[in-house]
Ligand binder design. Structure first.
Ligand SMILES: [Mg+2]
Length: 420
């Protein structure tokens, strides 16, 4: 039997939450924007009135004001958005114990087991939409389908305050006729590559030979072929909605002692990857990096420091961990165990991401590479991807199946991946 999966997307989330708190702005164009004092302030989101007047997410505040005179710009209030994000998940979790968030304002809900008790997917979507409206005063767009990818497509298809059912009868007509970039994980670079060979719609992705797509885009191409056919089987993850995590960490006792900086660095990279993966799975980023080091006499210490920009990028976590280590350890004894932890967690949509001073492009690239690794691991297991660095010390890396090894850096350097 097919699964019944909903993807619910709160419309203009930040702006809608602000409208709730500012009834005096009713009927006026409103945007939530970065610090207006700073040169780099940008629009994070806008209400529909502002959007209709040409205000675009990501544009500079001055551009937005030029496009829409009289635009009200309020600073972001993340505590508020995180709170409302929790309320949304509370409502969803009445319908399923499988609710997986995708950013603060989007969630997948696996309603397979509610069907029958509460009617079909469409009627459950209607109930959820009504609950959100009544209890929170927000509107959502919901997609209903048998897989996560088409459910997500459905929630984007019609907004605001809409429900779109993508079923096995209509998906060719509704999904396949749409531009390739409307498929989740077809970013700008992928779109360009596909267009170069005449693939411009999702249907054309589906009809292309999967081997051909793989030749052009690597594993990512194969994944897109599966997505376009509605054959993605990825489950909706179970999340703990009532106990928010304070930190995410991982540590290990080494199969043999580490004796120099290079080996410690490898261990930190390994651990940072698992930590970063778990952060991203939960849509968190954190700005406190902590390390734990234990020597072979079992004497241990922890050190932490704060970084300016919350991260869920393994490379950044590892580099900070290593810096902490170098600043705090003198090689008097070999090391038996190390750990890495990230605390100070915030929703990953925290707009620090857009701080241009932190070489946004580099971070985006790393994040894209990390997401590619996540995706591959989800499909082929954790051992499928190891950083090239690991090959310097195979005896301290987890055992892996060589034939499945993919180097994330070369994967990225071929430039075939832009996520989102
Ligand atoms: Mg949204």
């Amino acid at each position: 039997m097919d699964r019944v999966i909903l993807h619910s997307d709160a419309n203009c989330f930040y702006a809608s939450v602000e409208m709730l708190h500012h009834p005096e702005y009713d009927g006026l164009p409103l945007a939530v924007g970065g610090d207006a004092e700073k040169r780099h302030g940008i629009i994070l989101t806008a209400n529909y009135i502002a959007k209709r007047r040409g205000v675009k997410t990501g544009s500079a505040l001055w551009e937005a004001r030029q496009a829409c005179p009289g635009l009200i710009i309020v600073p972001p209030n993340y505590d508020q958005y995180i709170r409302f994000s929790g309320y949304l998940r509370e409502i969803y979790s009445k319908y399923s114990d499988r609710v997986e968030s995708f950013g603060l304002d989007e969630s997948w809900i696996d309603a397979t087991h509610s069907v029958g008790i509460r009617g079909d997917g469409l009627s459950i979507a209607n109930e959820i939409s009504r609950d959100v409206k009544n209890e929170l005063g927000l509107t959502v767009s919901i997609g209903v389908s048998w897989n996560k990818i088409f459910a997500k497509f459905g929630s984007d298809y019609k907004k605001p305050d809409a429900i779109t059912v993508i079923d096995r009868e209509n998906y060719r007509r509704i999904v396949w006729t749409k531009p390739a970039e409307d498929l989740l994980y077809v970013g700008r670079a992928t779109k360009r590559k596909l267009a170069n060979v005449g693939i411009c719609t999702i249907g054309q992705i589906a009809e292309a030979d999967p081997d051909y797509l793989q030749g052009m885009l690597g594993k990512h191409g194969l994944m897109l072929s599966i997505f376009a056919h509605g054959e993605d089987k990825t489950p909706v993850a179970k999340e703990n909605t009532d106990a928010p995590m304070k930190s995410i960490g991982n540590g290990m006792t080494m199969p043999r002692d580490l004796v120099n900086d290079m080996e410690v660095k490898m261990a930190f990279y390994m651990l940072s990857e698992t930590v970063a993966t778990r952060l991203r799975e939960n849509h968190f980023a954190g700005n406190i990096i902590e390390i734990y080091v234990r020597d072979n006499d079992l004497m241990g210490f922890t050190r932490h420091h704060k970084i300016p920009v919350p991260t869920n990028i393994s490379d950044e976590i590892a580099r900070n961990a290593m810096a902490l280590f170098l600043a705090n350890y003198r090689w008097h004894k070999p090391i038996r165990g190390v750990g890495v932890r990230v605390a100070g967690l915030k929703g990953e949509n925290y707009p620090y991401q857009l701080d241009l001073f932190n070489s946004e492009e580099r971070r985006e690239k790393q994040l894209a590479a990390d997401r590619a690794v996540d995706e591959i691991r989800k499909r082929f297991g954790t051992a499928a991807v190891q950083r090239g660095l690991m090959y310097f010390g195979p005896d301290i890396t987890p055992r892996k199946r060589q034939e499945q090894t993919i180097h994330p850096h070369s994967y990225l350097e071929r430039g075939n991946l832009t996520m989102g």
